[in-house]
Ligand binder design. Structure first.
Ligand SMILES: O=C[C@H](O)[C@H](O)[C@H](O)COP(=O)(O)O
Length: 229
C-alpha cells in the first residue's frame, strides 16, 4: 500500500477518532488508503464487540480489508444513503477542498463520500496545505487519454499517464480505466478547475473534491486536530 509523509501513529489517531463517530445501525463508507485502513480496522474491532454496522467499500482494497476484519458489506448499487464516510486525502486546504486519488480510487470514493450525511476526512499533518498543489489524478476512459491530455494542456496543466509498479504498462483502475496525473502547479481556484475537468469528455472522475468534506480529523503526535470549512 502507498505510504505518505505522516507517521502511522498520526494516521491511526485520526482514523480511530473518526471511527468512534459510527453508531450501531449505521451504514459506513469505507475509504481507501493507508489512513482509512486504520479506520476500517477499528470498525472491524467494533463489529467484533457487537456493533451492528455495514460497510460500503470504495475500492477492491477497502473491500478486501473489510472482509479480513469482519465488517459486513453492502455493494454501492444497493444503497441510496450512507450515514458516515471516513476517507483519507492526498492534500487538504483550510476550506477542506481535497486532492484524492493517490491510490486511483477517487471515482468510487467521490460517489460514496458525496452521498454520506457526514464525510470525515482523516489525515496526518503532512497533507495540510495552504494551497492545493499536488498533481490532480484523472480517471479517464482508455481511448480518451490523448484527447483528455490535450484538454488538460489548454487548461494550463501537464498530464502524465500513471504507470504500474509491478506490471509493465499503465495503472488500470478498479473500473478498467487509466489514470492521468495532471500537474497544474498551485490551484488558485479549485472549484473552477473542478468544473472544467468535470466538463471534459472522457474524464470519468477527477480527484478534486470541492465542497464534499464536512470535517477533517488531522492526527498529530499527541491528539487530533478537528477542522471544519
Ligand atoms: O485513491 C486513493 C485515495 O484517494 C486515498 O484516500 C488517498 O490517496 C490518501 O491515501 P493515504 O491515506 O494512504 O495517504
Amino acid at each position: 500500500m502507498k505510504t505518505t509523509g505522516g507517521t502511522d501513529d498520526q494516521k491511526r489517531r485520526a482514523a480511530e477518532r473518526a471511527a468512534e463517530l459510527v453508531s450501531s445501525g449505521a451504514t459506513v463508507g469505507l475509504g481507501t488508503g493507508s489512513t482509512a485502513a486504520f479506520a476500517i480496522r477499528a470498525l472491524g474491532r467494533a463489529v467484533a464487540d457487537g456493533a451492528d454496522v455495514r460497510g460500503v467499500a470504495t475500492s477492491f482494497a477497502s473491500r478486501e480489508l473489510a472482509r479480513e476484519v469482519g465488517i459486513p458489506l453492502v455493494s454501492l448499487d444497493e444503497v441510496s444513503t450512507v450515514d458516515v464516510a471516513i476517507d483519507g486525502a492526498d492534500q487538504l486546504d483550510a476550506d477542506l477542498n481535497l486532492i484524492k486519488g493517490g491510490g486511483a480510487a477517487h471515482a468510487r470514493e467521490k460517489i460514496v463520500d458525496a452521498m454520506a450525511d457526514r464525510f470525515v476526512v482523516v489525515a496526518d499533518p503532512s497533507k495540510v496545505t495552504e494551497t492545493l498543489d499536488r498533481t490532480v489524478p484523472l480517471e479517464v476512459l482508455p481511448d480518451a487519454r490523448t484527447a483528455v491530455a490535450a484538454r488538460v494542456e489548454t487548461l494550463g496543466g501537464e498530464a502524465t499517464l500513471r504507470r504500474a509498479d509491478r506490471k509493465d504498462g499503465p495503472v488500470v483502475t478498479d473500473n478498467g480505466n487509466l489514470v492521468l496525473d495532471c500537474a497544474f502547479g498551485a490551484v488558485a481556484d479549485p472549484a473552477s478547475l473542478a468544473t472544467d475537468l468535470s466538463a471534459t469528455p472522457g474524464v470519468v472522475e477527477h480527484g478534486l473534491f470541492v465542497g464534499v468534506a464536512d470535517e477533517a480529523y488531522v492526527g498529530t503526535d499527541d491528539g487530533v486536530d478537528v477542522r471544519r470549512p
